[in-house]
Each structure stands twice: as structure tokens, then as C-alpha cells.
Design a protein around this ligand. Sequence first.
Ligand SMILES: Nc1nc2c(ncn2[C@@H]2O[C@H](COP(=O)(O)OP(=O)(O)O)[C@@H](O)[C@H]2O)c(=O)[nH]1
Ligand SMILES: [Mg+2]
Length: 449
Amino acid sequence: MQREPIVAVATPYGESAIGIVRLSGGGVLDIIKPYFKSKGGVKPRFAHFGRLVDKKNETLDECVLLYFKAPRSYTGEDMVELYLHGNPLILRQTLELLFSLGCRLAEPGEFTKRAFLNGKLDLTQAEAVAELISSKSELARRAAIRQLRGELSDKVKRIRDTLLNLCAYVEADIEFSEEDIPTLSKEQVIELLNEAIDSINSLLETAKTGRFLREGIRLAIVGKPNVGKSSLFNALLKRDRAIVTGVAGTTRDFLEEPISLGGIPVVLVDTAGIRETSDPVERIGVERSRKKIEEADLVLFVIDSSSPLNEEDLEIYEYIRDREHLVVANKVDLGYKVDVEIFKGNSIIKVSALTKSGIKELEAEILSRVGISLNEDVGTYISLRHEVNLRKSKEVLEGFLERYLSEEISPEIAMLDIREAISYLEEIIGVVATEDILGNIFSKFCIGK
Ligand SMILES: Nc1nc2c(ncn2[C@@H]2O[C@H](COP(=O)(O)OP(=O)(O)O)[C@@H](O)[C@H]2O)c(=O)[nH]1
Ligand SMILES: [Mg+2]
């Protein structure tokens, strides 16, 4: 379907070698043609060199024009791309010319939205386009490209097909119940349901890592005074940011700095003490540190490996032990006297913030704790929107399974439940998509995409 013509600059604002203006919609070639002077006509998928002129026939710029004829274009509509010189003035004048010719400025993500509406991409693929553009790490980029190529959609579709299959049998059961046609045994129904639930679960497991890839990880460094928290903070930051002294209580407020671990954005927080105190300044520091610990995705619990643990260590450990944490024994250059009994089941990472030994291992351990392995092949990671729908779908299926196991459910009711579970899955790929969902997704795009 061809919608009204839209136009946008597809390259970033500023001086650059080339600036691209994109047009999409019904009749865009006819709109631009009188103002594009070149030898010969314009053929689809050929680069044409020529001059762009304004309404007074004055040359605006020399440029290359590409024409994509519907439906063989990104949006599925007729599209024209103009490769002009990358000067904001030229690009603005080009836009103004096109506005005066009846084009309107595209909304953020409108090109991709049209691609979706024309069936060029499904919804997870459209989302992947935005992620591909915004990905801040190699890993996030790789995950986005896999999603763009349909890997996530395929997984969701496979689950949907299992459920559709189930539906088909139930339907046959309703319509031909008098006749002798093959139906599924109770065991087979349960097996199919469990298969679907298992597949949903394995997708749900990727949610957390997906969030870390997209939004980064918050790391809080916690421990009693003088164990080397600030030193470790500096070592991970790779510069001297926090003040380090032998005087306990130097860090009275938390410090926060962004770093990148294997390309993943990490916010590193050096906390002050978290013990009760009567000093009013320190108390505020303690409050704030506790809040930072609450917000952290992972806590680095630092101990001084050169002396045995004491009450204060244990008190702090008690405070954080139920949170996702790593035990870091610092100052290994001074020896190792830690009683490991307390941390049973929890591996201890030995480092020296002074000599920097063990820091690399610590970095790898941090990433692996949040489910990111730099060497392994990445899959696809679901986003919050996918997660919400998968959970709803799973809930319906589990509720259904429970009732199915305990009592006789009429086939009509069974159908309704399975159809509902399917509809949540279809929302993910966009088989059913409301304006709300679309608005939410495409408003996050940049203009011109
Ligand atoms: N030998 C040695 N000393 C360290 C190490 N890390 C920190 N220190 C020293 O321990 C003291 C306290 O360090 P600091 O980072 O301020 O500890 P914080 O109070 O936990 O932030 C300072 O004198 C540091 O130089 C280490 O790995 N080895
Ligand atoms: Mg400190």
C-alpha cells in the first residue's frame, strides 16, 4: 500500500561528505523528477548523477538519485534517496522544496513503521532495526542483527505453531465429535502444552541479559573501611578517580562512574560505609550507599585477604548476601588469610588493586555473572515488551494445564484459552498490533529511519 509522501534527512546533522534525503510514498518519483536534471530517464535501482534545482530553476546541489519502485524497497512503497553534499543548509533547502511539493516530514521511525505495515518486517525485526542503530556494544549489535534476521520471530512462531496445532485438534474434536477421526490423547495434549511452556521459559531466561545488553549493568562495591574499595574502583576504572588513603572512612559519599566491560556499559559505584553511625555526615553517606546497593544489579563484596574476617565484614556480608554478589578478596599481594567457610558455595575472586593481578579475571566473572560470555556465540535476547507478552501467554497456558489435569474441560473452553495464549504471542511479532503498541515502538526511532 502506498501512503502519502514523507521525507526526512537520514544522516546526522552537521557537515559531512554526504547527506541523504529519503522519500517514501505514492508518487515520490513524479514529485522530484521535474527538479532533478540528468541525462536520460530514471530507472529503478540505478544510481543517477544529476543536478537538483529549486522552483526558480537554480541549482541547489549536484547529487546522486536512487529510485526504488514499490514493492521492492525498504518501506514497500516507492522510494527515492538523494545523496547530496552533507551541508545542513543544502539539506534544509531540499526539505523545504519537497515540503512545497506536498511531502511532509516523516515522524520518528515512520519509514520502518511503513515497512512493518507493508509486511516487509515483522514487529521484532522492526524493533531490531532501532536496536541495531543504538547498540553500544559488539554483543548488542550481534544480538540485534540476529533479531533483524528473524531469529526471535522464528522462535515465537514455533511456539505459536505448536499451539495452533493443538487448536486444530481441539477444533476437530468439537466439529466432528460424532465421527471417528483421530484426536489427541490427554498425554499428547499435556506434552504439547509442556513443550510450548518450556520454549517460552527458555526465551524468558534471556530477558535479564537482554536488559543488561540494552541498559547496562549497575555494580556496587561494598565492604568495610580500608579493604581497598576505592582502589578497586580506580583499578576497574583504569584511572585514579576515587581518593585512596590508609585512613578509614575516607570515602564518605558514594562515587559513580560509567565504564565499559567488553563493550557492555557498566555503572561502577564506590560506596561509603553502610554501618550505623552517629556522625551526621557519615549517616547521610550510609543512607546513600544503601540506596546504591538496592539499585545494583551486582554487588562486589570486598574483603582484605591479608587478615582474617572480623565482625564488621560479617555484618556487611549479612546485609548483602541475599543480593546478587561476588566475593572479592583484595590485597592478595599481602597474603591470604581468609576463612572460606563462610562463603561456601561462592567462589572467591582473588585480586590486588595495587598490583592489578586478578583484575581481568574479575571483569570476566562480572560479565559471566550477568549471563554475558564474550567468547560464546550470542543468541537473541528478549526485551521488556516481549517478556510481558510471553509471561501472559505462559500464565494462560499454565492455568489451562492445571485445570486440564484436574478436571474435564470442555473443548470450547480449551479453545478459548489456547487462542488467548496465541494472541499474546502474535502481539510480539505484530500479527495483531494496536496503534498503541506501534506508537510506543516507533516513537523511539530516529527521524529518517
Ligand atoms: N598492598 C595493598 N594495598 C592496598 C591494596 N588495595 C588498597 N590498598 C591500600 O589499602 C588502603 C585503603 O585503600 P582504599 O582503597 O582507600 O580502601 P577503602 O576504604 O575500602 O576505599 C590504602 O592505603 C591502599 O593503598 C592492594 O591490593 N594491596
Ligand atoms: Mg574508599
